[in-house]
Design a protein around this ligand. Structure first.
Ligand code: URA
Ligand code: CA
Length: 433
């Protein structure tokens, strides 16, 4: 087999065979196929696209390019959730203990935040003592004992994807639905998921800016999953404004606790119940989404979910007394309010811009090696669709620097008040096949 023939075949719009795709992925991972040929094929795929069989073959070839986490010693259906990334997205922190409290095993591998989006591990590390650097064996043991554990990214997972994604990033072929879908799905499958729930975000803060693009990506991932024997469902949710009220590590942890107590923001709660219902159904703990939702609501009301959160924290070395006493979490020295300059309705709170403002405060990393400040961030007192009067506190900046003028300017550009406006739709679509 020759790489040049594969490139020309795709360039001319033909479907590649499984063997050809494996030849490319294996050869590229080993370094036998050079970057220029790989980038040429990625561009051909960008223009000519791939059919469902090709996408499935691409995904599995990338899964097989490196280590795979073996979760077979964990009893039950392991359902993983993936979000395509957003600002203030506190869902995993709530979902993990919530669905675990219904007996669904949650074996979650998570990452740190980079840029304007946060990472679950950073948020958890705002709890004193919480440790994600555990062995695979301990991880499996924790999930069997308590149904929920989180581990940091470890091992040599999907090296083909790492190499290809970096190459696409500098050669103009990131935005191919086929390549994005296989990239994301390969990582979930290599991390051991039997079933997958996807939260595809759309709006200014998201990777997919329009609903059409988000829908195409969601369908592509759901069909890859189902083609390779992993039950997969997706929802498309709004990321035009930050999710919930809190953005920042300890602030989001506190928000997760409130949500587990049934006192969380409406949008975050709704998203958690929607995604959670899918997880419970895929784990075969409920027959229907309606039944699953009822079980989840009951777990919140009874305090069962909150109790699970406490044991989750203490089993990984964290101080679980923060659940009853969140003031023990790291907090910032200054609280500075951003006020409405006129009466009206908020029509825009641009998610990625507010995410960048929070990063500038120190809540996120600009480069991989930056240290973050766990206590800082932004709390939205108002959201899009809310009425305001001049002088109302739209949001509160939690900062360890006294001077936040640069951040106030940035927020000023990101928030719009007009005469009329409405609350955006949170959940655009539910995709089950
Ligand atoms: N995120 C990924 O993980 N892969 C892509 O290709 C694009 C976004
Ligand atoms: Ca939030």
């Amino acid at each position: 087999m020759r790489m040049i023939d594969i490139i020309e075949k795709k360039r001319d719009g033909h479907a590649l065979t499984e063997e050809e795709i494996e030849f490319f992925i294996n050869g590229y991972t080993k370094g036998d196929i050079p970057d220029y040929q790989a980038s040429s094929l990625a561009m051909a795929i960008f223009f000519q696209d791939m059919n469902q069989e090709e996408r499935a073959a691409m995904t599995m070839a990338m899964v097989n390019s490196g280590d795979k986490i073996d979760l077979s010693q964990i009893k039950g259906v392991k359902v993983d959730k993936h979000s395509t990334g957003g600002v203030g997205d506190t869902t995993t922190l709530v979902l993990a203990p919530l669905v675990a409290s219904l007996g669904v095993p949650v074996a979650k591998m998570s990452g740190r935040g980079l840029g304007h989006t946060g990472g679950t591990i950073d948020k958890l590390e705002s709890v004193n003592g919480f440790n994600v650097e555990i062995s695979e064996q301990d991880f499996i043991k924790l999930v069997n004992e308590n149904k929920v554990a989180v581990i940091g990214q470890s091992g040599n997972l999907t090296p083909a994807d790492k190499k290809l994604y970096a190459l696409r990033d500098v050669t103009g072929s990131v935005n191919s639905i086929s390549l994005i879908a296989s990239s994301i799905m390969s990582k979930k499958i290599a991390a051991g998921a039997d079933a997958i729930v996807l939260d595809v975000k759309t709006g200014s803060g998201a990777f997919m800016k329009t609903l059409e693009e988000a829908e195409a990506l969601a369908h592509a991932m759901v069909s890859i999953g189902n083609n390779v024997g992993r039950n997969t469902m997706a929802i498309i949710s709004d990321m035009s404004q930050p999710l919930g009220r809190a953005i920042g590590n300890a602030l989001e942890l506190k928000e997760a606790i409130e949500t587990l107590k049934g006192q969380g923001p409406k949008d975050l709660t709704e998203l958690v119940l929607t995604l959670g219902s899918q997880m419970v159904v895929l784990a075969q703990k409920a027959q229907s989404l309606e039944e699953a939702r009822q079980m989840l609501e009951e777990a919140i009301q009874s305090g069962k979910a909150l109790e699970k959160f406490k044991t989750f924290i203490s089993h990984q070395g964290g101080d679980s007394s923060i659940v009853d006493d969140p003031d023990k979490l790291p907090h910032a020295k200054y609280q500075i309010h951003f006020q409405a300059k006129k009466d009206g309705v908020i029509t825009k709170m641009i998610a990625n811009e507010i995410g960048v403002a929070s990063m500038m405060l120190g809540a996120g990393r600009q480069t991989k090696d930056d240290k973050i400040d766990l206590g800082v961030g932004i709390v939205l007192n108002k959201k899009v669709g809310d009425s305001v009067k001049e002088g109302d506190n739209i949001l509160t900046i939690h900062s360890n620097k006294e001077n936040v003028n640069e951040i106030l300017d940035k927020l000023d550009e990101s928030i719009t008040i007009e005469e009329k406006g409405e609350t955006p739709t949170l959940i655009h679509k539910i995709i089950t096949e």
